[in-house]
Design a binder for this molecule. Sequence first.
Ligand code: KG4
Ligand code: ZN
Length: 335
Amino acid sequence: MKILSIDTSCDDTCVALLQVKKNNFKILSNVISSQVKLHAKYGGVYPSLAKREHQKNLPLVFKKVIKGCDMSKVDLIGVTVGPGLEPCLWQGINFAQNLARQFKKPLILVNHLEAHILGNWLDNRKIFLPAICLVVSGGHTQLILMDRIGKYRVLGETRDDAAGECFDKVARILGLGYPGGPIISKIAATAKKSKIVLPRPMISQKNYDFSFSGLKTAVLYKYRSQSAKTRKSKKYIQEMCLEVQQAIIDVLIKKTIKAAKDYHIKSIVLGGGVAANEELRKQFKKKAKEAIPDSKLYIPDFKFCTDNAAMIGVAAFFARSRKTKEIKANANLKI
Ligand code: KG4
Ligand code: ZN
C-alpha cells in the first residue's frame, strides 16, 4: 500500500510518500519546505504569510515527492485537519481534496497530535501498549494515556504556554531569533553550569498539568534586572539558556515519570518538536531507567520529532478505516 500525506498545520509545507507492507513503513519520499527564514523577522509564525507560502509551495513539494511514482499507484491520501493555524490547514485540505477527487482516492483526515505520537511507529519497532505519551510541540504540551492506537485519554496539559512556545518566547526575550528551541539548546550546550536559578512550575503538584508562562516571565524579570553590559555578555546568555532548558526538562521528565508510575505503565512515548532536544532525550533515558528499571522509552528520530508528513502518513494508515466526518479545518482539534 502507498500513502501520500500532507501537513500544512504551521509554517512547514510537508508532503511524504510511504509504502506500507505488513504494518511496516518505508519512507519513499519525505520533503519539507521550511518557512523559518521568512517568519524569523517577526519572531514567530505570521499566519497570512504562512498561508500564502503553502499555496505557492504545495504544488512544487508535491511534484518533488511524487517524482518517479504514478498517482495511480497511490492507495490513499492523508491530510492534517487540525490542530494548527486554520488558514494554513485549509491549504493542505483543499490541495489533498483536489488530488483525491482527480485521482479517485480515499481521503483520510489526520489529527496532528496523534501523528506526533505515531511518528514513533516509523522505525518499525514493536511498541508495547498501553503507553504514557508526552506530546511537546510549539502549541501543545500534553500527557496522554494511550491504551491502543486510536484510544487516548488526556491526563494533563499545559494551562498556558506550551514547552516549545516557552523556548520560542525566551529566545525572543534574549534576542536570539526564531525558532527558540534549537537555538537555546545549541547555546546551552556551550555552558558548563549556571548560577541563575529559575522556577520549575507545578513540578511537585499532584496532577499532570503544566504551566510555562511563569517561567518565561521569570526569565524576563531576571534579564531586565541586569545591567546592559551583563545582558549582552556571552556568559550570561549561555547560563540563562542552560537554566531555562533544564527547568523545562526537569518538569517534563518528573511529570511524565509520575504518570507512568501512577498508571503502572512501562512504555513512555515522546513526540513533537521539543522531543528533538538532545539534553531532554539524554536525561529522559537516564531518569526513566532509574525510576522504572524495566521501562521502555520511545522517541522518534530527530527529523521526525519536528513537523513532517511521514508521521501524517503513519497516522493516515492507522485511521484508514475510521469513519470520515465532515472535511474541514479544525484549529483546536483535540486528541
Ligand atoms: O512539532 P513542531 O515542529 O511544531 C508544532 O506542532 O508546533 O514543534 C515546534 C516547536 C518549536 O517551539 C521549537 O522551538 C521546538 O519545537 N523545538 C525545540 C527543538 N527543536 C524544535 N525545542 C527544544 N529543543 C530543540 N532541539
Ligand atoms: Zn507539530
